[in-house]
Design a binder for this molecule. Structure first.
Ligand SMILES: O=P(O)(O)O[C@H]1O[C@H](CO)[C@@H](O)[C@H]1O
Ligand SMILES: O=c1cc[nH]c(=O)[nH]1
Length: 236
């Protein structure tokens, strides 16, 4: 029952899938957080694993970079493999003075410069919002671990290198918490297919303060977010 992008059998994925952009982050999560993890996808090196976190079955699979890649995987997971909930664990840039490197942020909604949602939603503006219960469980999970998370609006861009000063100024004006490249598309595809989705991200770059984490620090900084995401699946 494989799809063009996922060579797995029905039942190979758990109902909840934790999704980073980076395949190596998926492998890292499987190896360091899950028990008895087995690899369930290697097509295009978009690595997927299923194992157990505190006795609850969970999968982790990367979705690649950008809306076009991520919505292919999210669509196939939901429509072909019975996945009911996606928690994206990503990295992001920040623009607000009140947001710093290593902060953990959750996207209550996501604006975008992509046209994909309009293509699918009759050329109208789709309001890309998180699943409320999943968002609440992430916030509760963070609280239980005494980790501060910020919840707000994301900006999902198709263009990693188009951060003009005008764009950044506008994002500040509109109180945008994070810039990343997938959330708006993931929220809309989940809505279309009657599944749940939330993005939780770690701030790795500050685009106004011109600050960024090193490649090595990026890896370590993701641990708070991964802990919050995995523990949240026990809360609803
Ligand atoms: O770290 P991930 O989850 O890949 O997320 C962010 O990093 C990539 C860009 O470097 C984009 O995918 C963006 O959304
Ligand atoms: O999409 C992204 C990811 C990390 N940092 C950014 O500035 N943008």
């Amino acid at each position: 029952m494989s799809t063009p992008h996922i060579d797995a059998q029905k039942g190979d994925f758990a109902e909840v899938v934790i999704m980073p952009g980076d395949p190596l982050r998926a492998k890292y999560i499987a190896e360091n957080y899950l028990k008895n993890a087995i690899q369930v996808n290697t097509v295009r090196s978009m690595l997927g694993f299923t194992g157990f976190f505190k006795n609850k079955r969970v999968s982790v699979m990367s979705h690649g970079m950008g809306i076009p890649s991520s919505v292919i995987y999210v669509r196939e997971l939901i429509s072909e493999f019975g996945v009911k909930k996606i928690i994206r664990v990503g990295t992001c840039g920040a623009v607000l003075d009140s947001v710093n490197l290593n902060d953990v942020v959750i996207g209550m909604g996501a604006c975008t410069d992509s046209r994909i949602n309009r293509l699918r939603f009759g050329n109208h503006d789709f309001s890309a919002i998180a699943d409320y219960d999943t968002l609440s469980s992430l916030v509760l999970s963070a609280k239980k671990m005494n980790i501060v998370v910020k919840v707000g609006n994301f900006f999902t861009t198709d263009s990693f290198y188009s951060n003009t000063s005008e764009l950044l100024k506008m994002l500040v004006q509109y109180n945008i918490l994070a810039i990343e490249m997938e959330t708006s598309g993931i929220y809309s595809i989940a809505a279309e297919l009657n599944a749940k989705a939330v993005s939780i991200c770690t701030v790795t770059d500050h685009l106004i303060k011109n600050d960024k984490l090193s490649v090595k620090d990026r890896e370590e900084s993701c641990s708070k977010m991964i802990d919050i995401a995995l523990n949240s699946i026990h809360l609803n």
